[in-house]
Design a protein around this ligand. Structure first.
Ligand SMILES: Cc1cc2nc3c(=O)[nH]c(=O)nc-3n(C[C@H](O)[C@H](O)[C@H](O)COP(=O)(O)OP(=O)(O)OC[C@H]3O[C@@H](n4cnc5c(N)ncnc54)[C@H](O)[C@@H]3O)c2cc1C
Length: 439
């Protein structure tokens, strides 16, 4: 995006390898300790599609050509309800993350003003004089590379806060909350000669202590994922594929896909140590440095259950590209924009996680009948599904989307038709689970 606006860009990437044309090899046989999430399942929310189609339509077309699939939230109903402004945006991109990387890498190769230096790790920053201190470039090996603006896009394990502090700058303001949940997933591929359609089944199921989900992806691949408390004593046993599949068969969403007799592609892949973290390079006195800003996971990363990461990253990238000259001169406006445009989603995730974590750890069902009805009703009523999709895709805050008279009427009518409704789960009970998982 910067290159296409005429800027000269140098990208330093510590990994010497590049996502290429062999998606499966890149996905399965690439050890990426600095990008530990690369082979976890992803689905990409509306802003990913919107930003790519606006800024780089060729990348978007390439993504689809490489196998990414569009899913509209109204596809659940078969026939879409009468169209309203904004409905066209409610689309999820279903694909492995490597497909997005491959499409972006190919596009960057075509940019004459963008130079990608692979195998070059940034180990330090270069500083000028003044107050606040100005970052004037990066140090790679014995070389210093000067720049008008340095963008830290080095992910969730960014070294930049440490580098700033070590250099004596005012420290970045980091807000970090440990999400006490673990992710386990296994990848499969539908067999060319086997059944391909699981029928009309939701992609998620829940037990009081675990969530199970399906991520339909590119080129006939899909992942089954399991999310549970890091304190769950059975967590380790789920690394055994037989145990993993046995429990996955107890959730309707994942059972339906396993019934298609897919071919396993991987072991059970686990990831924990997840945080919600906001790293602000400004404090109460303003920017801690000039000449440097952060974007992507190095600015904000959230517990991935809601899949916000790449959407927030691309929104920041788009804003930065459009305002690069101003940001280089003074980053204050960028910090103000991130606080206004991105921070509310971080705060909402932190609030939601507090409740979810406790529920998963205690294994207790939600007691909020109306909230449970709202969630269930979306799959029967397009008005509620639209509101759910607007929140899910980061287009409207929950209070705005759900707080309308028409949503209220829809939920009330849905509950009136189901006087016996009480919050429930479609997954296994704890006893059923424990019977399948060796203690
Ligand atoms: C389990 C899990 C599931 C997720 N699911 C979703 C999802 O469904 N949808 C979604 O949108 N997001 C999801 N995310 C989040 C998403 O993966 C991230 O938001 C996204 O990958 C961040 O991209 P990034 O470019 O900021 O960082 P990264 O992709 O981590 O890239 C950082 C790059 O910087 C390089 N680097 C690091 N340090 C240096 C250095 N010193 N010098 C040079 N290079 C360096 C690394 O090698 C890496 O290539 C998920 C995350 C997890 C953990």
């Amino acid at each position: 995006m910067l290159g296409r606006r005429g800027h000269t860009v140098t990208v330093f990437e510590q990994d010497g390898r590049e996502a290429g044309e062999d998606l499966d090899r890149d996905f399965l046989d690439w050890n990426r300790p600095r990008v530990p999430q690369a082979n976890q399942p992803h689905s990409f929310l509306a802003p990913v599609r919107t930003v790519l189609r606006t800024e780089t339509p060729d990348v978007y077309a390439d993504l689809l050509a490489r196998g990414a699939r569009e899913y509209h939230d109204f596809d659940w109903f078969g026939e879409h309800p009468p169209h309203r402004a904004g409905d066209d945006d409610l689309v999820t991109l279903r694909t492995r993350r490597i497909v997005l990387e491959a499409a972006l890498s190919a596009a960057v190769r075509r940019e004459p003003t963008v130079d990608v230096r692979r195998g070059h790790r940034v180990r330090a920053l270069a500083f000028g004089k003044g107050r606040p201190v100005r970052v004037t470039g990066v140090r790679v090996g014995t070389d210093t590379h000067r720049a008008d603006l340095v963008v830290d896009a080095s992910g969730r394990r960014s070294p930049v806060p440490g580098l700033l502090t070590a250099a004596g700058c005012r420290p970045p303001v980091v807000e970090s909350h440990r999400a006490g949940i673990a992710y386990l997933c296994r990848w499969y591929r539908l067999r060319a000669d086997g059944p391909r359609d699981p029928g009309r089944v939701k992609t998620g199921s829940a037990a009081p202590f675990a969530l199970a989900g399906v991520f339909p992806s590119d080129n006939d691949t899909f992942a089954i994922s399991m999310v549970l408390s890091t304190a769950d004593p059975t967590r380790g046993a789920l690394r055994d594929p037989a145990v993993f599949e046995a429990v996955a068969r107890c959730f309707p969403a994942t059972a339906a896909w396993l019934d298609l007799a897919p071919a396993p592609q991987t072991a059970v892949l686990a990831m924990a140590g997840l945080d919600n973290r906001w790293t602000s390079l400004a404090d109460a006195d303003g920017p801690v440095v000039t000449g440097l800003v952060n974007a992507g996971d190095s600015l904000v990363h959230t517990n991935p259950t809601l899949g916000h990461g790449v959407a927030l990253g691309l929104r920041a990238a788009q804003h930065l590209a459009a305002h690069a000259d101003q940001v280089a001169a003074d980053p204050t406006g960028y910090h103000t924009w991130t606080a206004r445009a991105l921070r509310p989603w971080f705060d909402a995730q932190v609030t939601a996680d507090r409740g979810n974590e406790q529920r998963l750890a205690e294994g207790s069902p939600s007691s909020d009948r109306r909230a449970a009805a709202l969630a269930a009703c979306a799959f029967d009523d397009p008005v509620v599904m639209r509101a759910r999709a607007q929140v899910r895709h980061l287009l409207k805050p929950a209070d705005d989307a759900y707080g309308t008279d028409e949503v209220d009427r829809a939920v009330t009518a849905w509950l009136d038709a189901r006087p016996d409704f009480s919050p429930t789960h479609d997954g296994p009970t704890r006893d059923q689970w424990d019977a399948l998982v060796p203690g």
